[in-house]
Design a protein around this ligand. Structure first.
Ligand code: C2E
Ligand code: CA
Ligand code: CA
Length: 651
């Protein structure tokens, strides 16, 4: 227990000595600077005092008649001048040191040493030659002040000098008058007091310096953090922007030889889904490392998620992207990841890095889902497209509020007699800025930004409302097919919403058909949703059959009332002889498993006749009418274009 106590004390002592003597360069410099500052004050005070002493000595010399006093004054005058010169020299040194001028450290040490010796020598000389109390006190004070001032420069050397000077002082005093016990005690007390003041002074400065150092470290850390991406440790966009601006501000930079690159890891969302977010993060760190190595010497930063930005030389950039891609492809994963890059070559040195990255981003995003193309350069058309996409994202809510989103209806007819059996509700956006927007220009954007459910809810509501109006106006009741996006099943509960809508408008479930594309049938949750739709009494239609990959499994695993055969089978109908047997087989297969069939994209009477001949029950296509506004549909029903006499008894 005792030894533990002693060990702790020794440990603390060691720590104290270590922290007092072995200082970091920062603390050393801090102490040197603060010494230089107090050195200036000391030098100024000494200079002022000595000037006063010199003046009074000269006046005394001029008025003195006493020969002894004349030589005494002369000796002192020389001492005063020496000390004044010493102070001026110290002043000069401190000023230069603080200005940061190059001063050889050995010269600095010599200057300080000379200053200490002269100051203390002066103090002793004055005390020795003055017998009166005033002189002695003055000498002590001078010594003490100087010592305190210089002590902090080098504690061991200075405590040695201070102690030595006390002994010298005592020695010379002893020559004048015997050293009594009380003089010894007084001197010892004065020595102790000055040592304590000096030690305390040094300690205070060291603590101040260490606090300051910690603060600086913290600042540097915060600054680094503000400029660094948390996950990957590479620079973030703040740092990227600052570095890019530096590059372009250099008049020697030739902008046309550089390019801004924006990258995307295609399928990274699937990687996250398959392996989880933490594995995804580990992977992103790896990618950051690969990019940094491949683009060594270029400016690289993480933009967000799986996107990185690079400012590099235009020449050789494609090879570098390929190299990153190859290294990523080497990672053993079940998900195929492709590293894609868009780039933009700035026109001049005034390019804004953020705008340039945006352009590179448009180029990169234009590569989405393009197989075989990994690199694209920005062109102005991409910007127009990107602006339109941004417009769609920003305005979908107000477009619905202002009724700019319209529901168009495309007729579906019975193959055998061409009479109308239903309509498909298809969205249109009548934009005051862009004119009439087709679904293909806004639906993929809304899907990408997870806003599609808003549109689908709106279309659903509008359809139910318009069916209700048909009830009220006693118009023929035409069943309406509504499209649901794959994402609706993740973002909302479509069954609940549709049931709510049906009840609000008091319409029959037989008036609505639900269209789902086969690509949306991916997980087990969907089986549940589909069963709910069917149990609620809705007819379930499989949309775009044949446009995906898993068609036959879908037929095996799910129960649909209707198969909508994709219009792709009718493209090149007259040229491609394979189309007919394929469609024939599909229809026969559907009939065998108890599904009705509808073929989309019927544009010619040839197509119609063929489809009718092979037993397809329903047809949809421009031959019977394009998607049209409700008013036009009603008009065409009224004028007999569409015969409603064979409306189906809905399933
Ligand atoms: P879809 O569900 O396959 O709709 C049929 C598309 O084929 C419609 O395109 C229609 O205009 C077009 N079409 C019909 N007959 C012919 C024809 O004879 N020839 C040709 N070339 N095309 C024909 P539209 O209206 O542009 O819609 C495109 C797609 O947008 C739709 O494909 C559907 O997937 C989606 N969509 C439209 N409205 C909505 C909606 O309200 N919600 C959701 N989620 N998707 C919608
Ligand atoms: Ca459809
Ligand atoms: Ca379709």
């Amino acid at each position: 227990m005792e030894s533990g106590f002693v060990a702790r004390i020794i440990d603390k002592l060691k720590k104290f000595i270590n922290s007092s003597l072995f200082l970091s360069p920062y603390v050393k410099n801090y102490i040197l600077l603060s010494n230089a500052r107090s050195g200036i004050f000391m030098a100024a005070i000494i200079a002022a005092l000595e000037l006063w002493m010199i003046t009074s000595a000269i006046i005394n010399l001029a008025t003195s008649t006493d020969a002894y006093s004349f030589s005494w004054l002369c000796t002192h005058l020389v001492a005063y001048i020496l000390l004044l010169a010493n102070a001026v020299f110290l002043f000069w040194f401190c000023i230069h040191f603080l200005r940061g001028d190059e001063i050889n450290s050995r010269i600095g040490k010599i200057i300080k040493f000379v200053f200490v010796v002269i100051s203390i020598g002066f103090g002793i000389f004055i005390s020795y030659t003055s017998v009166d109390i005033r002189g002695q006190v003055f000498a002590f004070v001078t010594m003490a002040l100087f010592s305190i001032c210089v002590f902090v420069w080098h504690p061991i050397a200075c405590s040695f000098i201070l102690t030595l000077s006390f002994f010298l002082y005592m020695y010379f005093q002893g020559k004048i008058s015997p050293i009594t016990y009380s003089i010894k005690v007084n001197s010892f007390t004065a020595w102790i007091a000055m040592m304590m003041i000096c030690l305390n002074n040094r300690h205070q400065r060291r603590i101040e310096a260490q606090k300051d150092e910690n603060l600086e470290k913290l600042n540097a850390y915060l600054e680094h953090k503000a400029q660094t991406d948390d996950l990957t440790g590479i620079p973030n966009m703040i740092s990227f922007r600052a570095q890019a601006i530096d590059v372009f501000q250099n008049p020697e930079t030739d902008a046309s030889k550089l390019c801004f690159v924006f990258t995307n890891i295609e399928n990274f969302a699937n990687y996250n889904e398959t392996y989880g977010f933490s594995a995804g993060n580990v992977f992103l760190k790896k990618v950051a490392k690969i990019i940094k190595t491949v683009f060594e010497g270029d400016i690289v930063a993480r933009f967000s998620d799986d996107h990185f930005v690079i400012l590099c030389r235009r020449i050789g950039f494609e090879e570098k992207i390929k190299s990153v891609n190859t290294q990523i492809a080497h990672e053993e994963t079940f998900v195929k990841l492709i590293f894609k890059a868009g780039f933009y070559v700035p026109k001049d040195n005034f390019a804004s890095p953020i705008n340039a990255c945006d352009r590179a981003r448009y180029a990169c995003m234009s590569l989405k889902k393009y197989y075989g193309r990994d690199i694209a350069e920005y062109d102005d058309k991409l910007a127009t497209q990107a602006q339109q996409n941004q417009y769609i994202i920003n305005n979908i809510d107000s477009a619905m509020q202002n009724k700019y989103i319209k529901v168009f209806y495309q007729p579906v007819v019975w193959a055998e007699n061409g009479k109308i059996c239903g309509v498909e509700a298809l969205a249109r956006w009548e934009s005051p800025e862009y004119g009439l927007l087709q679904p293909m220009s806004f639906i993929p954007v809304l899907e990408e930004y997870h806003l599609i459910h808003k549109l689908d809810l709106y279309v659903m509501e509008t359809v139910c409302k318009e069916i209700h109006e048909a009830y009220v106006k006693k118009l023929p009741l035409i069943p309406v097919s509504i499209n649901f996006s794959r994402l609706d099943f993740e973002l909302i509960d479509p069954v609940l919403e549709l049931n709510r809508c049906i009840e609000t408008y008091g319409i029959s479930r037989k008036d609505i058909h639900v269209e789902i594309t086969e690509s949306s049938i991916t997980d087990s949750k969907l089986v549940e949703v589909m069963n709910n739709f069917r149990n609620s009494g809705f007819s379930l239609w499989l949309d775009d059959f044949g446009s995906g990959y898993s068609s036959l499994n879908v037929l095996k695993d799910f129960n649909f009332d209707m198969m909508k055969i994709d219009k792709g089978f009718l493209s090149e109908f007259s040229e491609n002889s394979k189309n007919r047997p394929i469609i024939t087989s599909i229809i026969s297969l559907a009939n065998k498993i108890g599904m009705q069939t509808l073929t989309e994209g019927v544009e010619t009477t040839d197509m119609r006749d063929f489809l009718t001949s092979i037993g397809c029950q329903r047809l949809q296509g421009y031959l019977f009418g394009k998607p049209m506004p409700k008013e036009e549909l009603i008009k065409k029903i009224k004028d007999g274009t569409y015969d409603t006499s064979m409306l189906p008894i809905a399933n």
